[in-house]
Design a protein around this ligand. Structure first.
Ligand code: ARG
Length: 231
């Protein structure tokens, strides 16, 4: 359901694991992909004079898809890490996040990350949250294909906590999750999201950085930020 394009118009294929509101998710009614990353990539595409097409891809399949050429770009709330930077070219950071945890509303034993020792932790596969959870002593880490499945596991009583990106945990809670869950503890780390392109694609990386700078200067970035996160 992409808009018709003039012959020869360039399409930038953007990989995203699109069950991660408010960064990338499917609008229930229109079924369109929406979110902060989607709006940002559309704005970047406009700046570059290309069409943007979202390709919904499993989170742990994004880097392989980029390396295999099925997608041109990853914009999926992906944290810039040294390990990933060995395989991909990251843009400048575009969003400051960090990991946090959600527990059942009536849980008053888990208050800090330290309290997760020996506990059951639900996470999304391939994420920094999964990596951090695995570092917790004796934790039983359950990996799910999406963060929403991890939240469901918490609700069903199969996990004691969900470790996930703070803005996504917050969004989940404000959209009704706070009926039976709550955010606890400090923010585990500082993380920055980057847009990734293939290692060899330094030209595209340069164009994306330039477009990001322009969006910050012309106020477009601030508008998109406000739309999804308020002031
Ligand atoms: N920021 C975390 C990471 O890079 C989680 C990102 C998950 N993104 C998604 N669209 N599901 O590992």
């Amino acid at each position: 359901n992409q808009p018709a394009q003039p012959a020869g118009a360039k399409v930038l294929k953007v990989g995203a694991e699109a069950t991660f509101p408010p960064f990338e998710f499917q609008d229930e009614k229109s079924k369109e992909y929406v979110g902060f990353d989607v709006d940002m990539m559309k704005a970047i595409g406009k700046q570059m004079g290309v069409e943007v097409q979202i390709v919904n891809t499993a989170f742990d399949g994004l880097i392989p898809a980029l390396e295999g050429g099925q997608i041109d770009v990853i914009a999926s709330a992906m944290t810039i890490t040294d390990e990933r930077a060995k395989k991909v070219n990251f843009s400048k950071p575009y969003y400051q996040a960090g990991l946090s945890m959600v527990v059942k509303a009536d849980n008053d034993t888990v208050k800090t990350f330290k309290d997760l020792e020996g506990k059951r932790i639900a996470v999304q596969i391939g994420t920094t949250g999964a990596a951090q959870a695995r570092k917790i002593k004796d934790a039983k880490v359950r990996e799910f294909n999406s963060a929403s499945e991890a939240y469901l596991e918490l609700k069903a009583g199969g996990a004691d906590a969900v470790v996930n990106d703070l803005p996504v945990n917050q969004y989940f809670l404000t959209k009704g999750g706070d009926k039976d869950a709550k955010l606890v503890g400090e923010i585990l780390d500082a993380e920055e999201y980057g847009i990734a392109v293939a290692k060899k694609n330094t030209e595209l990386a340069g164009k994306i950085n330039k477009a990001l700078d322009e969006l910050k200067q012309n106020g477009e970035y601030a508008k998109i930020y406000e739309k999804w996160f308020g002031k």
